[in-house]
Structures are given as C-alpha cells and as structure tokens.
Design a protein around this ligand. Structure first.
Ligand code: ADP
Ligand code: ZN
Ligand code: ZN
Length: 731
C-alpha cells in the first residue's frame, strides 16, 4: 500500500502530496497519522492524508515510511478535506492548514500531567496495625487519615506524615499507589443557572435548530439574552448525542463566557484560546479529541478543534475583527465554519447586535436565514448617548482632550460613588491628520480613502493605491494652522484624570499595562472592588464586561476608527460605539454615554445614538453598492515577500504585467489594479510588495483561478506569496 504524505516543511515549493511505500510493519497505518519519512537525505515529519493501492512513482525512487509518531491519527479526515478546500479557495499551503489542525502542543509531545493517588489496602492495614511498634507514630495516623479520605494525592500525604513513612507503607503494600491523568485547566463547578426563556428566545432556539441548510443570523440587541439562546440550542444538541462549537472574540471575552458555560455544562466544556499554557492546551485538545468534552468554547483558532459529530457551530459577536486572521495563515473564520457546518449538516449561528454589513446583506437577500430579538430581557432602556462636538469645544477655548460635559459626568459618577469607563479608541488603527477648526481630513485624490500619516517618513499615504502626499501644515478648507495628529495615549488621559480627581482610583487597561496572562483579570478585579473608580483603556474595555455599578461610559476619540482608511471604517465605528455603550447601565441605574467627535453630524454617530442599526445598514449598503465595495465587489491583496528585494520586485512586476492582460479581457468588471510596496515594507528582513485588485463579484472565481495559476508558476523557495480576500488591513 502507498501513503500520501504532506511533509512538514514550511515552503511553498514542496507543498504537495508525496507518495511513500507502507512497510508491512506499519500495515495498519491510517489517514491522519503523523509519521517520520525520508526526505532528500534527511528524516522529517509528515502527515498521512491518503492511502491508495498504487503509485506512478518508479519503484527505485519510492521510499518507505519509517515510523508513526503518535499512537493515534492526529488529524480528522474532515480536517484533511478542509485543508484541501483551503488550498484551492484561499491559496493556503496544506502544511499551514495542518499546523492549524494539529497545534504545537501536540506536535511537540507535551506530556500528560500525572498525579500519584494513594489508597488503602484495608486488610493489610489491619494486620499492619496489630504488629506496628509504639515508636512508629506517623504510620497509624496516615492509615487513619486514609480511612477518612479514601483517595489522597501523594504529595499531600507526604507533607502531612513524611516521605519516609509513606514510602515504607507503599513498600509493604499497606498503601497502594495509582497514577491518574489530571487536567491542568481547572473550570468552575456546575450549578443550576437555567432560566425560563422568553417567547422571543424560544422562537430563536426553534428557528436555529431548523436552520440546517444555510447559516442563520441571530440579530439581537445587547442584553436580549443571546447567550441563553446559545446554551439552550447546545443542550438540545447534547440530548441528541451531538457536540457543539462555540466561538467568542479573542481572549478578553473568554473568561466570562467560560464561567457561564462551565456553570451550565460542567466537565462537558473544553476551552481553547491563546492565553492557555502549553500543558493546558494539550490537555484540552485531547479531551476534545477523545470525546470527553462535548462543547468547545474558544477563540478564532478553535474552529479547527478536533471535534466529531457536531450538532451546532455558534459564532458570537460575529462582526468582531478577531475572526479574521490577517497574518499567515490568512483565513476568515466564517468560511471555515460554513465548511464544517456543511460537512456535519448542522446549523451555523452568527450572533450579533450589530452584524457585519456583509453578513446582514446575506441575511437580507436570503443567502442566510435571519431571526431577530429586538428587546432586552429586562426591558431596560438602552443608555442615552450624547454626542459632543469637539470643534466647538476647541473654539470655546478648551484645548484639553476631555470636554466640559465629560468632566461633569465624571464628577457625577464620583459624587454618587459609582464607576465609569473611558474608552480610548487606539489599538490597531492608523493615525491621521485633521484640522481642529473645521474637522477637514485629507483624502486621496484617486481613491476617496482617508490618508494615513506615516510619522517616520513624515508623509501622508493612501493605503489603497500607494500615492504619497505632503503632510498638511495649513488647512486647505478654512486656512487654519491648528492641525492635530489624531491619536491619543491612554497614559495622557490617566494623568489628566489623576490631577482632576486625586482621591479616585484610576485603572488603566491597554497593551502596556496588560503584560502578563493574569494582569488583565487582576486589573479588572481591582476595578470591580473599588468605588468610585474610573477605568481607562483601549479596545479591551469594550468587550463583554458586566459591571453593575458602571453608570457612565465616555468615548474620548470616537473618530479614530471612523477615519481609518479601510472601507469598513464606518461599520467598525458603529459596532464599536454600540458595544462600548452597552457597558453602561446594566443593572437598575440607567446608563449615560458621552461620545466626543469632531464630526458630530456624521450619520454613523446619529444612527448609533438612536440605536438604529437598520437605518445605518441601509445607508452603508447603498454606499457600498455605488462605490463598488464588498459585498458588491471583491478586494484581493496578493502579497509577495522575499529576503531578496530584487526578486520580490521583479516577481511583482511579472505578475502585474500578466494581471494587466486580463484587466483588458474583463474590461469594466475590473475596477482597480495596482502594484506597490507594502506600507510595512520589510518584516523580519523580508521585503514586501503587494498588488491590490478590486473587481466585480461575477468574475471572482475565474480571476482567482487565474491568479493562483500564475502564482504557482512564480513562487519558489526564495519567494513566498500570499493571497487575502477582502483584507481589513493592508499593512
Ligand atoms: P446578550 O448576549 O444578548 O447581550 P445575555 O445573554 O448576556 O445578553 O443576557 C443579558 C442578561 O439577561 C444576562 O444577565 C442573562 O442572565 C439574563 N437573561 C437572559 N435570558 C433570560 C431569561 N429568559 N430570563 C431572565 N434573565 C435572562
Ligand atoms: Zn480647517
Ligand atoms: Zn489612493
């Protein structure tokens, strides 16, 4: 028999299937095994992705599999088909896919954690007690102890009665030692948290369970009880003997979700996210693989969990940017989820209070199903959102970053001994220049996109076409020379607040203060304990928190995400503002939100302040249609990287010449095509060039196929090529 093997080499050149003979000693080798194979004059790891009777490879060239590396197949057959699908649709290397399916912690053979458990042999213990000498005090005590607690950890017992005593008792057979595998990750106890569902929730559960033929969007306002719906759907799946996959955005949300899920489902839950230790990941992965855990709760990469027999896949806060992997391997979680849901013929739920424009468009046009929950479970009103015009504030002489209203509201919070959250909209967004008098922002003359300020080169650059402009010193609209760089630091705000409110506890939550795995929970824990207090932070403060005493939320610089160059800028801003506002007034006190902006009339803020997602959606979808952006077009970025600058440049040139040919062929279906140096022109000594294409949906399949074919020709072991569909970042 012949094994088809993918070798574990991160190179596009050898990213295909190689045939190896299966020796009779390995006759029960199966698909999915990790194996050792000869490759050139080395021995390397590989993965068996197929088994067949014969090969075209000549007999004298055919080598044999050397051995297997684990005693079970590490990749499910489903995930092998997924790898092939990802290669053909996303131009991912098979080996990249395999690395997603088989995490490091499995490949590097992290060991199980074994606990030594001591039990008592009662008959021997009785005999022993009859003959024991008076001087031996500890041994009878240890035996008595084990009469009360039948199973005790060795370390604990030894610390109580001494190593020597315990070892001796084991030697004579009075104590018996067993080895037991233990889970490194400790989850909370199961408790009864079940709630009687509202009629809207019951309806949602029904619709979801019926929606097997296509994904379903659960469009429910914050506080409408989506989590409760998810848990009821999962319960039904478990009753049917099936499993469930529940994805939540990045690490920040996971501890809370995990708590909610483990108190409902106990040990049926396994958790997968990047903040786990290697040992924890290893244990959780195996619990899922072995079928011990039936529910996986995790962040993006958990979509590749080795789970069988899926009954539902849920993507909570489906609009969240963390579902897009924007570095190699690049993929969009929803696409992977759709593949797995089709494979298992199970529902895929996309839940959000502010669905992404593309998702909602699919729901509106019947590609997805839709179920809505438009009211909060507790019938509480949403917090009032007040929009503050920062241009006006500046004209009135307030040059600081906090408006008079913001400071008044903070004073109220302090007087009432409540809590406030201030959001600095910074991480992950580029910086821009703006006029403080009239809020003019420089745009690209070619693309209608906001320009990005590159501080080191002191230029303004368009990230869609690469065109450069001189930074402003004077506003072309109103002549003012108050030009401001739109990016504020958390530290600056904290200092200002400390001066203003010297007796109030002020906490900071951003990438600089959250340096360790535990810092995040520690800071939030301290904040929860102190009143009055103010929490200042970046995107981290916007997600999932449920602090009942937070009555006020202030957004210091709403515009940063609005003026980002991405075509998703308005959408992201609407989502962020809605989400952060949802942190205020979650218990009996009504919440209040202040949103500082230089463009108070912008429809994004006006619709957001009215919680009018549908109106926002209508405006945005019209704009996308007229300007030909997704979902009405496809944007593709091809990224070419190499340590050899000339090679990368020449290959980019070759590619653009070919692409220009089929620009002619497709004519008006092609909206845009340009080659340029990437905004981040070098990473880890690799020079980066990119080609950006934008074209109509009608020609997506054929254009992609042609691009992939050309890439197959030009890539080599010195040049890597990557393809991204509708990228959100072009850096
Ligand atoms: P969402 O995820 O839609 O923002 P949650 O699921 O967090 O909303 O629910 C908001 C709050 O309402 C939570 O505290 C939850 O425990 C509570 N809740 C949800 N469903 C019910 C229900 N049927 N009866 C009572 N309380 C509920
Ligand atoms: Zn101006
Ligand atoms: Zn441009």
């Amino acid at each position: 028999m012949i094994a088809e093997v993918i070798v574990d080499v991160m190179s596009s050149e050898v990213d295909r299937v190689f045939d190896y003979d299966i020796p009779s000693s390995l006759c029960d080798l199966k698909v999915g095994y990790r194996v050792l194979v000869p490759f050139g004059n080395r021995k390397i790891e590989g993965y068996v992705v197929g088994i067949k009777d014969s090969t075209d490879c000549p007999k004298d060239k055919l080598k044999s599999v050397i051995s297997t590396l684990d005693d079970f197949p590490v990749i499910l057959e489903e995930l092998i088909s997924l790898m092939h699908y990802m290669k053909s649709s996303l131009y991912l290397r098979l080996i990249d896919g395999i690395r997603l399916a088989v995490p490091n912690q499995i490949r590097s053979n992290v060991k199980d954690k074994i606990e030594r458990i001591i039990t008592l042999d009662e008959t021997k213990a009785e005999d022993f007690l009859k003959t024991v000498s008076k001087r031996q005090k500890n041994a009878p005590l240890a035996i008595r102890y084990l009469n009360d607690f039948p199973e005790v950890n060795y370390t604990k017992l030894a610390s109580l009665f001494g190593n020597q005593t315990i070892n001796k008792l084991i030697d004579v057979g009075v104590l018996v030692e067993k080895k037991r595998k233990i889970n490194r990750l400790k989850l909370g106890e199961k408790s009864n948290t079940r709630k009687e569902l509202t009629s809207l929730q019951l309806n949602a559960v029904d619709k979801i369970l019926q929606s097997k033929e296509r994904p379903i969007v659960l469009f429910g306002v914050t506080g409408s009880g989506k989590t409760e719906v998810y848990m009821n759907v999962i319960e039904k799946c478990l009753l049917d003997g099936k499993t469930a996959l529940m994805l939540v955005p990045e690490i920040s949300l996971t501890p809370q979700m995990v708590k909610v899920f483990s108190s409902r489902f106990g040990a049926d839950v396994a958790v997968l996210h990047s903040a786990l230790s290697a040992g924890e990941k290893h244990d959780e992965w195996l619990r899922i693989y072995n079928g011990e855990a039936k529910i996986v709760v995790g962040a993006r990469s958990a979509i590749f969990a080795p789970i069988n027999n899926l009954g539902v896949i849920i993507i909570d806060e489906e609009h969240d940017g963390s579902y897009i992997s924007d570095s190699n391997p690049r993929y969009f979680t929803h696409e992977i989820a759709e593949f797995r849901a089709r494979y298992h013929n199970c529902p895929l739920v996309l839940g959000s209070a502010t669905p992404s424009i593309e998702t909602f468009y699919k729901a509106k046009t019947g590609v997805y199903n839709l179920v809505e929950m438009p009211v909060r479970v507790n019938k509480q009103p949403m917090p009032n959102i007040e929009i503050i015009d920062m241009c006006r504030e500046f004209k009135l002489g307030n040059t600081s970053m906090l408006s008079a209203t913001m400071l008044e509201k903070l004073q109220e919070v302090v007087d009432n001994k409540k809590q406030a959250i201030l959001f600095i909209n910074r991480r992950g967004f580029s910086s821009y220049l703006m006029c403080r008098e009239c809020s003019y922002i420089p745009k690209c003359t070619e693309c209608d996109a906001n320009l990005v300020f590159h501080k080191t080169d002191n230029v303004l650059k368009c990230h869609y076409c690469g065109k450069k402009f001189k930074p402003l010193t004077k506003c072309p609209e109103c002549g003012s020379d108050s030009i401001k760089l739109g990016a504020i630091g958390t530290q600056q705000i904290v200092e200002q607040l400390e001066n203003r409110f010297p007796d109030v506890d002020i906490f900071r939550l951003d990438n600089d203060s959250v340096t360790s795995k535990d810092a995040y929970s520690r800071i939030l824990g301290q904040f929860a304990e102190s009143k009055p207090s103010i929490l200042v932070g970046t995107q981290m403060v916007t997600k999932g928190h449920d602090f009942p005493s937070v009555t006020f939320v202030g957004v210091v610089d709403a515009d940063i995400s609005l003026f980002n160059y991405s075509y998703k800028a308005s959408e992201t801003t609407f989502q962020l503002m809605t989400q952060v506002s949802g942190r205020a007034g979650r218990s009996e006190d009504t919440g209040y939100v202040v949103l500082q902006t230089y463009v108070p009339k912008n429809p994004v803020y006006l619709t957001c302040a009215n919680y009018d997602y549908l109106k926002f959606y209508d405006k945005e979808i019209n704009l996308r249609e007229t300007t030909k952006f997704p979902p009405f077009a496809r944007i593709v970025r091809v990224l070419l990287t190499s340590e050899d600058d000339n090679l990368a440049k020449d290959s980019t040139h070759k590619l653009i010449v070919k692409l220009k040919e089929f620009r002619i062929k497709y004519g008006k279906d092609f909206f845009f095509l340009e080659a340029m140096k990437s905004p981040v022109s070098k990473i880890k000594n690799k020079h980066r060039y990119q080609i950006i294409l934008r074209f109509s949906n009608e020609i997506v399949d054929s254009v992609l196929k042609e691009i992939y074919d050309i890439l197959d020709e030009i890539k080599n072991n010195k040049l890597s090529v990557f393809v991204e569909n509708n990228p959100t970042s072009l850096s």
